[in-house]
Ligand binder design. Structure first.
Ligand SMILES: [Zn+2]
Ligand SMILES: [Zn+2]
Length: 262
């Protein structure tokens, strides 16, 4: 299966080791028609952007250079961090409206909205080794946080690497993705999720997106992990949002709007 675009990459604004032009050039060399630059939200320690305004500055820089790259569409996005059990992300609405594409995911060392939520999500996960009860509690909390984000953020396009770092109930998260037309990511950098979770998500009826999550120019557009898996598992091409014939981001957004928000 050929893919239209790569919708999850990081530049030096967060923890990527490449600048925006290196991402664009690498995507072009891979023959992609679209690429999104989606740096981490500001409240994940070490990996996040210094300040949410950095997205707006990147928008200005992209506006100034995109005409040099007529064969590829460049999207400004973010990978926001899930902060609590109520579905709060670490980006304010005034930044989110400026983005072309919004990803959300659970990441370690994110600043929670309260001590209570910090305990429920982030500390609870560090207690998993204490036994089955603590582990179940962690999975329940991770799942609730994720599902609430899906339900409470209508702008959300993609759930990144479901179940990586923080274990979730895949079937429940997948059902929420279906209900709110959020894409379930197959993340090639982390080679995650694995086969059984993809089968479970497929059973729930999700649409997938295969992304590189590239932090280096060498891995932009490296989508082989996902391409191989969907082929192996017999997932219909129509279920892969960034398949070559799908028309890319604009078409998928249009379909999403028609289905969910009209
Ligand atoms: Zn991530
Ligand atoms: Zn990422």
């Amino acid at each position: 299966m050929e893919l239209y675009g790569d919708y999850h990459t990081h530049c030096r604004l967060s923890d990527g080791r490449q600048n925006e032009e290196e991402i664009i050039n690498a995507a072009r060399e891979r023959g992609l028609k679209e690429v999104a630059i989606t740096d981490h939200g500001p409240l994940a320690a070490v990996i996040g952007v210094g300040d949410a305004d950095e997205y707006l500055k990147l928008r200005d820089r992209l506006d100034a250079i995109v005409n040099n790259y007529p064969n590829i569409e460049v999207l400004l996005g973010a990978e926001a961090n899930i902060r609590d059990l109520q579905g709060t992300l670490d980006l304010p609405p005034e930044i989110i409206v400026e983005l072309d594409i919004l990803i959300a995911g659970l990441h370690p060392y994110t600043l929670p909205t309260s001590i209570k939520d910090g305990w429920a999500v982030f500390v609870q996960n560090s207690l998993r080794h204490l036994g089955r009860g603590q582990q179940e509690k962690a999975i329940n909390n991770n799942t609730k946080a994720t599902v609430e984000v899906i339900y409470n953020n209508p702008q959300l396009d993609i759930l990144s690497h479901p179940g990586l770092f923080f274990t979730v109930d895949i079937a429940e998260v997948a059902r929420a993705c279906v209900a709110k037309n959020v894409l379930f990511e197959i993340n090639c950098a982390h080679e995650h999720p694995g086969i059984s979770a993809i089968i479970e998500a497929d059973r729930a009826g999700v649409d997938f997106i295969i992304n590189s999550d590239a932090h280096f120019r060498e891995t932009v557009g490296n989508l082989n992990y996902g391409v191989k898996l969907v082929k192996k598992l017999g997932i219909a091409p129509e279920q892969v949002a960034n398949r070559r014939q799908g028309g890319g981001y604009k078409q998928w957004r249009k379909n999403k709007k028609n289905c969910t928000y009209s």
